[in-house]
Ligand binder design. Structure first.
Ligand SMILES: NC(=O)c1ccc[n+]([C@@H]2O[C@H](COP(=O)([O-])OP(=O)(O)OC[C@H]3O[C@@H](n4cnc5c(N)ncnc54)[C@H](OP(=O)(O)O)[C@@H]3O)[C@@H](O)[C@H]2O)c1
Length: 255
């Protein structure tokens, strides 16, 4: 029962690791002992984040660029990590995007773009890391869903909600398919979190008040609010948990 949350020596890939949430999750894993490979399409951005993480935690962190929508690119990332470290213990899929449109006006090209990253990208990343984990007979995958994966939403979010619903069911299906292989697949479902993409909300007092009032705990989330759930799901403390989403939402989905 000792040290259940320790990730010492574990090798973690965080896709979307240069994003607001990905960086916080990568830092959380790193502080708890994992060697973290931060990934996104922008090599300069991930190298900067990896260096900051390494400085803060004292553990090795590197950046390797990858486009999750390109299967060859994702496979190259996993191959490079296996070549360098011999294994992949943890995959966190913190990449993602939103494109908002009124449903009647939703351009189908934008619908495709959104599904390409959020749904296809999640599957490609799971598939590539899952193959390495199958060889090891052990591994943990954590996908980023959202409270919008189980709740519809207005404001042009039909596409986003649909992609996150898909992420929820990719998570459950892979959890079932890969449980016999020793691979656990779970998700984190955040409510609104202040990141570079949503900081305009925090900066607008009226909007900030409105969003905070929707959350039973009365505040908007921060990226670091998600790190505990990520470390927990990645660790032996969650060794018998698979196919679940932990909603980190200040109580929002309790209603
Ligand atoms: N922020 C929120 O309120 C909130 C709430 C619930 C759920 N989420 C989910 O949490 C995840 C992270 O959100 P965030 O707010 O941290 O977003 P963010 O700051 O925009 O970060 C997104 C990350 O994904 C990367 N990315 C985008 N397309 C990619 C691709 N094709 N291949 C590889 N990387 C790609 C981006 O880097 P590059 O563009 O450089 O590749 C960036 O690092 C997303 O899945 C989001 O839907 C967010």
């Amino acid at each position: 029962m000792k040290d259940m949350f320790k990730l010492d020596g574990k090798i973690a890939i965080v896709t979307g690791g240069a994003g607001g949430i990905g960086e916080a999750l990568a830092l959380g894993l790193s502080i708890h002992g994992a060697k973290v490979v931060v990934s996104s399409r922008n090599q300069e951005a991930i190298e900067k984040v990896a260096s900051q993480i390494s400085k803060a935690s004292g553990n090795e962190a590197i950046g390797i660029a990858c486009d999750v929508t390109d299967e060859a690119s994702m496979t190259n990332l996993v191959d490079a990590v296996v070549k360098k470290y011999g294994r992949v213990d943890i995959l966190v899929n913190a990449m993602g995007m939103n494109i908002k449109h009124d449903a009647f006006q939703y351009p189908i090209e934008d619908w495709d773009k959104l599904f390409n990253v959020n749904v296809k990208g999640t599957m490609i990343a799971c598939k590539a890391a899952g193959k390495a984990m199958r060889e090891q007979k052990k591994g943990v995958i954590i996908n980023l869903s959202s409270v919008r994966g189980i709740r519809g939403y207005t404001g042009g979010n039909s596409g986003y909600c649909a992609t996150k619903g898909a992420v929820e069911l990719i998570t459950k299906s892979l959890a079932l398919e890969w449980a016999p292989l020793g691979i656990r697949v779970n998700a984190i479902g955040p409510a609104l979190i202040i990141t570079p993409g949503t900081k305009h909300i925090a900066q607008n007092p009226e909007l900030a008040k409105k969003y905070a009032s929707l959350v039973p705990m009365g505040r908007i989330g921060l990226p670091e609010d998600l790190a505990g759930a990520c470390v927990f799901l990645a660790s032996e403390a969650a060794g018998f948990i698979s196919g679940q989403t932990i909603y980190v939402d200040g109580g929002l989905t309790a209603a």
